[in-house]
Ligand binder design. Structure first.
Ligand code: ASP
Length: 344
């Protein structure tokens, strides 16, 4: 008989871990050291679960790169002893957090599943139990001694996604996330069906490397009709700024007046990396498809193709943190490092 799979559950905060205080009726954070006592259903799962929690669980709006490092270190320190990891965070910034963790964990060969919920686990109509239980099942799914998924994923409302392809779409629906440019890796119904053709094949002969140097000197510049040149200029000239995710229209289009082009090209010539991501939730930047995008490539704006903003931010944090030279930066940015971009 094979021994049970060992799963590490990491609780960082968010709605999922809330229960109602019997006396005050207010929502309060749940004591995760008592998780098996409080959710007896978990004992029926065919795996051994241990849990770790942030000392002070946080709302995911308070996430930052130091917390990313804390999550990555919790995985690193427990990597050998466990077969899979489930990370609970608030859903609000889960796509940002999980995208960043996907870049931080190089040569990952085990499942890391992010999940959370729209309603607290202590509510009768909660979506938390299904999200949690199925995430644990996915993290412990092995076939012929190998994990079925060994990437950083996000599981929510019956769908498993590649984390760095997701975006939070609804503040209300249980189906809170979408992955418009990449199909789900698994769907849960009566059966848990894995979409094998879309799951990344890991490199088993390399050891996990945890990249902890992340750069926060980046910004998002979201274009809108009527944006003033002063606003664009003040963002592009922030001191110490190293990278910008520029959210453009449609297939990557931006104003092509001389003043705007000059501002961008000056900033790029001074060493700022500018990457072009579409504001649309689905589809890809196609530089050169319209006149209003062909100039971007010429002045050195990098084409993020079908990457999400969340993933582009994470990739900038990672590549700038590693500190690669300009030509290598461009080379790596254009590559799919963790399945975050479609290369045709
Ligand atoms: N505000 C919460 C958070 O992101 C919402 C949630 O948990 O879904 O931490």
């Amino acid at each position: 008989m094979t021994s049970k799979r060992k799963i590490l559950l990491i609780y960082t905060g968010g709605t999922i871990g809330m229960v109602k205080d019997h006396e005050s009726k207010a929502l309060k954070a749940f004591d995760f050291s008592q998780i098996l006592e409080n959710i007896p259903e978990l004992k029926q799962l065919d795996c051994d679960i241990t849990s770790l929690s942030f000392d002070e669980p946080i709302d995911s709006s308070n996430m930052n790169t130091q917390y990313y490092v804390q999550i990555a270190e919790m995985i690193e320190q427990n990597y050998e002893q466990h077969d899979g990891f489930v990370v609970l965070t608030g859903s609000d910034t889960m796509s940002y957090i999980s995208s960043a963790i996907s870049f931080m964990l190089e040569y990952l060969t085990k499942p890391v599943i992010f999940t959370g919920s729209q309603l607290p686990i202590g509510y009768l109509r909660t979506d938390a139990k299904e999200n949690l239980i199925t995430s644990i099942e996915i993290a412990s799914a092995y076939e012929d001694g190998l994990p079925v998924v060994s990437e950083v994923c996000l599981y929510f409302e019956y769908k498993l996604y590649r984390a760095n392809r997701t975006t939070k779409l609804s503040a209300e629906q249980f189906e809170a996330f979408t992955s418009m440019n990449y199909p789900p890796l698994a769907e849960s119904g009566v059966h848990l069906n894995f979409n094998q053709d879309f799951i990344e094949v890991p490199t088993f002969d390399k050891k996990l490397i945890v990249r902890k140097n992340l750069c926060s000197d980046i910004a998002i510049l979201k274009l809108f009709p009527g944006i003033s040149l002063d606003v664009v200029k003040s963002i592009l000239t922030i001191s110490n700024l190293k990278g910008i995710v520029m959210e453009t229209y449609g297939a990557g289009n931006a104003p092509n007046n001389k003043e705007f082009i000059d501002l961008l090209s000056n900033a790029i010539s001074k060493g700022l990396y500018v990457v072009n991501v579409t504001q649309c939730v689905g589809g890809s930047v196609l530089s050169g498809h319209y006149e209003t995008s062909s100039f971007l490539k010429n002045i050195g704006v990098l084409d993020a193709k079908d990457m999400t903003t969340e993933s582009a931010i994470a990739k900038l944090m990672y590549l700038l943190g590693v500190g690669v030279e300009k030509d290598k930066f461009t080379h790596y940015f254009n590559q799919s490092l963790r399945g975050e971009i479609t290369i045709k």
